[in-house]
Design a protein around this ligand. Structure first.
Ligand SMILES: Nc1ncnc2c1ncn2[C@@H]1O[C@H](COP(=O)(O)OP(=O)(O)OP(=O)(O)O)[C@@H](O)[C@H]1O
Length: 225
């Protein structure tokens, strides 16, 4: 469970998120809203990438303000652009980085990397240059880098925006199959069809919190005004 208690956030004195009180227990939670409505700010608060200017964010019993490292281990974050996430020049090294930081035994590191590469059909790319992968493969590698850490939650910030339709469909399938709790910011409304809960942001506030069959039409109407 992730809980936000009276959370607000400001950048340089300008409030962009206000009065957010939420308990997130569902397995699939979507976040939609216009450009600049506060979606990315909201999801960055969930894993302690950002700390709230006011209020508290709790992941289980962990306060993001006090337990940043533990929170980040439990809440993985996949950025819109995999180039911002892929750090190492070789696929295998990129996947091993976080695991080595955890000081896991080499055999455990090896088995986690082998498993995730097999899961996403990337075995042939193990020794490949990570930055020479295709856009879709890079997004899979970025997701793999998060999954090897075995987080309980995975947050996606616009995971399909940069992808062509085939790769977009692949990533949608990957998200569907994840056993983890997923929170996804998206402008790709079809992605949300099987989600349980959708939060609609407008001007830094949540203006609708409902299942997709209610929240998506509400958002379409809001954008048509
Ligand atoms: N690091 C920052 N410093 C200052 N202002 C910021 C920063 N990040 C975001 N903002 C501002 O905060 C507001 C909310 O931005 P945020 O990125 O959370 O919105 P968003 O809903 O994710 O938008 P988009 O759909 O365009 O990605 C915007 O006005 C944005 O310009």
């Amino acid at each position: 469970m992730i809980e936000l208690r009276d959370v607000s956030h400001a950048y340089d004195g300008k409030t962009v998120l206000q009065g957010v009180n939420l308990t997130l227990t569902e397995r699939r939670i979507g976040v939609i809203g216009s450009n600049g409505s506060g979606k990315s700010t909201f999801v960055r608060l969930l894993n302690g990438l950002l700390l709230p200017s006011q209020g508290q964010v709790l992941v289980g019993s962990l306060n993001t303000r006090e337990k940043a490292k533990e929170v980040r281990r439990r809440v993985g974050f996949v950025f819109q652009n995999p180039d911002n996430q892929i750090v190492f020049p070789v696929v295998e090294e990129d996947l091993a980085f976080g695991l080595k930081n955890l000081k896991l035994p080499p055999a455990e590191i090896e088995s986690r990397i082998t498993e995730v590469l097999a899961r996403y059909d990337l075995q042939a790319f193990r020794q490949h240059s990570s930055h020479l992968l295709s856009g879709g493969q890079k997004q899979l590698l970025a997701i793999s880098g998060v999954l090897v850490m075995q987080p309980a939650y995975v947050v996606f910030d616009e995971p399909t925006t940069l992808l062509d339709l085939r790769n977009r469909n692949r990533i949608v399938q990957v998200i569907r199959e994840l056993p983890q709790t997923v929170v996804a910011v998206t402008h790709d409304l079809d992605l949300l069809s099987d989600f349980e809960r959708v939060l609609v942001f407008d001007g830094g506030r949540i203006v609708k919190d409902a299942p997709p069959h209610e929240a998506v039409p509400f958002y379409r109407e809001l954008m048509a005004r």
